[in-house]
Design a protein around this ligand. Structure first.
Ligand SMILES: NC(=O)c1ccc[n+]([C@@H]2O[C@H](COP(=O)([O-])OP(=O)(O)OC[C@H]3O[C@@H](n4cnc5c(N)ncnc54)[C@H](O)[C@@H]3O)[C@@H](O)[C@H]2O)c1
Length: 372
């Protein structure tokens, strides 16, 4: 992670990336703008929100830069290279398209789009402007303990990843698709980030009323590993354990509670012959690895949400990608796979839990409609 505060770049360093902020609501101001303000390689040159008070308040955080309520006006009056877009989910694709057409790189909060028409539109623009970076947040990939899990899966004695359980119990949601296409989309991306492509899903809902459901999902990865998602919009978002991951390999497993409490039950040191006819072996256990954040000396960067949820590191990676001209962070293709997982789950629920294949060329056609 880079230093912050004083700008120590040599005189020959390139000028900061001229960036505009579009959408200055709660999440933007409290999380993303706080992270951006700590990155010297970013210069916020203008901000925009439909709500003039929010636009003005956001501008105050960035040296009272010009603020707008209309994106067209901002783009016509501002010389910028990149846009950070954090609006309501259903307008992300539209705002991103306008910024791409104006020649700006875009960093968009998840979800980048919530339907296949918007995916097609952005794919066309990406093909027409291959030099522009189209990034989606998917910040949980950058959470410190998710990075630790990636290391263990790649380099240590975990063995072949064989089972993944993910829980996303994300509070009350507005519409029937909001849990899947907006909230749990994080975990569709994380599952793929950790275990590779999902091959098929089968899902059954317990729906209390429209938009408020428990959803139980069986899944199989292209690797052959299996797993389950438990997704819920029946409240308890702020409870401990609202988000949970478990990953199993050969005689060892990792659990992660709310991205903050990490346990790795390591493979046994040895397995002794049990001498029994019904037990295959007796394990000599290895010490487990436990990690949790240190809250005793909390700087802005260690502030639990920005650091522990990976927001800061995600934006830092976007800036590094713009500097290198390569895209290492999640983008259009990752957003597409995550949306298609959500659509496959919707399709399965509408057909009484039938398996939906995510590897065939045909796109799942969910029967549920998006909220207006
Ligand atoms: N990655 C995460 O963990 C995470 C967490 C929370 C929220 N989010 C995402 O952040 C986004 C914002 O969430 P929020 O709770 O702050 O919502 P919000 O409604 O408070 O903020 C959205 C803002 O966008 C503005 N806006 C709407 N249309 C606009 C337009 N065309 N041009 C300019 N401004 C426009 C609104 O006036 C509002 O101020 C959502 O898309 C959500 O999915 C992500």
């Amino acid at each position: 992670m880079s230093s912050h505060g004083t700008d120590l770049r040599p005189a020959s360093a390139p000028s900061p990336i001229r960036t505009v902020l579009v959408g200055c609501g709660e999440h933007a101001r409290v999380v993303n703008h706080a992270a951006l303000s700590l990155i010297p390689d970013i210069e916020v040159v203008a901000v925009c929100d439909l709500d003039p008070t929010r636009a003005r308040d956001a501008a105050r955080q960035f040296g009272n830069c010009p603020h707008f309520t209309d994106l067209g006006a901002l783009l016509s009056k501002t010389n910028a290279e990149a846009a950070v877009i954090i609006g309501p989910p259903h307008v992300h694709a539209d705002i991103a398209a306008t910024c791409l057409e104006a020649g700006l790189h875009v960093f968009v909060e998840k979800p980048l789009f919530t339907n296949l028409d918007d995916l097609a539109r952005l794919s066309e623009l990406a093909a027409a402007q291959p030099g522009l970076n189209i990034s989606v947040s998917f910040n949980k990939r950058y959470a410190p303990y998710i990075c630790r899990i990636k290391e263990i899966l790649a380099n240590e004695s975990f063995g072949k990843p064989s089972y993944l359980y993910a829980k996303f119990a994300g509070g009350y949601r507005n519409g029937p698709t909001d849990l899947l296409r907006v909230g749990a989309i994080h975990y569709f991306d994380l599952a793929r980030h950790l275990f590779g492509d999902i091959a098929r899903v089968s899902a059954l809902p317990y729906q209390k009323q429209a938009g408020q459901a428990h959803i139980a999902v069986n899944l199989q990865f292209a690797s052959g590993a299996v797993g389950n998602f438990f997704l819920s919009s029946l409240g308890l978002w702020s409870a401990k354990g609202a988000e949970y991951l478990e990953l199993r390999g050969d005689r060892n497993f990792i659990t992660l509670d709310n991205l903050r409490e990490f346990t790795w039950q390591k493979p046994p040191i040895a397995i002794r012959d049990s001498g029994s006819t019904h037990q295959a072996g007796i394990e000599v256990p290895a010490p487990a690895e436990y990690l949790e954040p240190n809250y005793s000396n909390i700087s802005m960067l260690e502030y639990q949400s920005n650091h522990q949820n990976g927001y800061f590191a995600r934006i830092e990676a976007f800036v590094a990608d713009l500097r290198s001209g390569r895209q290492t962070g999640p983008g259009l293709g990752d957003a597409e796979r995550a949306l298609k997982t959500a659509l496959a789950i919707e399709t399965s629920m509408a057909s009484d839990g039938a398996y939906v294949d995510l590897q065939t060329a045909a796109t799942p056609q969910p029967a549920l409609r998006e909220p207006a």
